[in-house]
Write a protein that binds this ligand. Structure first.
Ligand code: PBG
Length: 338
């Protein structure tokens, strides 16, 4: 039996005020984290071709960007470094004077209440573009029974621990390990605790998929893989049970905040995480999601502002407490204007 004409859902949609009153999810600048790319030099604002509106910035320019974001009410930034030189072990990632430690110090000095999160991975720092130490015949870590080019797990953990402490000492507020290395959260937790940083939270890229939506980022961070790919570390896109297993392990290892990445094609994972775990959840609207909207908007096919705010609200609805997005600055501005 139909409930019509008794029930008329349109009653609660008939004007903006009533819609506002029954709205279930809210988006504010508090929910946003801006992803930023930093490189050496001065006065550098080098546009990233595959991500219109985004740029690699030198530390001085980056600090101004952080100030603008703070004024707009955005509480946090996530930093990606483009090092001066790369090597097989990504040593610039644990150099106390590397680009990210320099950027952390500068932002914390200029905008102390801005939370600085650092992406903890080696792919931006290695010549081969893999997320850690890889197996090679001429490497001191050579492991004969593993294939050449295989990402060596436990050897990489040692370096992740070292780099995390370096970032913490520079003033990072949150460490965000993103390489999908087994045991990364536990190893970093122990290293931080031993170095006096027991209070520093870890935001784990817990459910990180081997996604082709990272394409534009690899231009932006100059971190393309030279030979091979990241499918032996990141989760196979069709798998959801495996993602939940990964997330459960990170919870046991002491993660404080859990992330799913990418965001929009993986909202089902986000919702299942929301239903299962009681930690704060972050979703990463990645470079490909950003560039798709930008390209369509540039062609006049989509209304950029409307689509961005809708996508961010949808990610919140699916369960995210916070969203890492390259739209953070624009979205915060649009939210202020509303
Ligand atoms: C790894 C890292 C990547 C991204 C964030 N951290 C690249 C990768 O895993 O291949 C991608 C983010 C994006 O596409 O916006 N350091």
């Amino acid at each position: 039996m139909s409930t019509y004409p008794l029930m008329r859902p349109r009653r609660l949609r008939q004007n903006a005020t009533i819609r506002r009153m029954v709205r279930e999810t809210h988006l504010t600048p508090d929910n946003l984290i801006a992803g930023l790319f930093v490189r050496h030099g001065e006065q550098i604002h080098q546009p990233i071709a595959s991500m219109p509106g985004q740029a690699q910035m030198s530390v001085d320019v980056l600090v101004r960007e952080a100030e603008t974001l703070a004024e707009l009410g955005v509480p946090a930034v996530l930093l990606f470094g483009i090092p001066q030189h790369k090597d097989a072990v990504g040593s610039e990632n644990y150099n106390p004077h590397g680009i990210v430690p320099e950027a952390i110090r500068a932002i914390k000095a200029a905008v102390p209440h801005m939370l600085v999160i650092t992406d903890m991975c080696f792919c931006e720092y290695t010549t081969h573009g893999h997320c850690g130490i890889i197996n090679a015949i001429d490497s001191p870590y050579h492991t004969p029974h593993l294939p050449d080019g295989y990402l060596l797990n436990d050897e990489t953990l040692t370096l992740l621990a070292q780099a995390s402490v370096v970032h913490a000492q520079a003033g990072a507020d949150i460490i965000a390990p993103s390489g999908m290395i087994d045991g990364m959260v536990l190893t970093i937790r122990h290293a931080l605790d031993q170095a006096g940083f027991a209070h520093l939270p870890i935001m784990s890229y817990a459910a990180k998929f081997a996604s082709s939506f990272y394409g534009p980022f690899r231009d932006a961070a100059e971190s393309s893989v030279q030979g091979g790919d990241r499918r032996n570390a990141q989760i196979d896109p069709p798998n959801s049970r495996e993602a939940l297993k990964e997330v459960a392990l990170d919870v046991q290892e002491g993660a404080d905040i859990l992330m799913v990445k990418p965001a929009m094609p993986y909202l089902d994972i986000l919702t299942r995480m929301r239903d299962t775990f009681n930690l704060p959840l972050a979703a990463y609207q990645v470079s490909g999601e950003y560039s798709m909207i930008k390209a369509a908007a540039a062609n006049g096919w989509l209304d950029e502002r409307a689509v961005v705010l809708e996508s961010l609200a949808a990610i919140r609805r699916a369960g995210a407490d916070m969203i890492i997005t390259y739209f953070a600055k624009d979205a915060a501005r649009w939210l202020q204007e509303k």
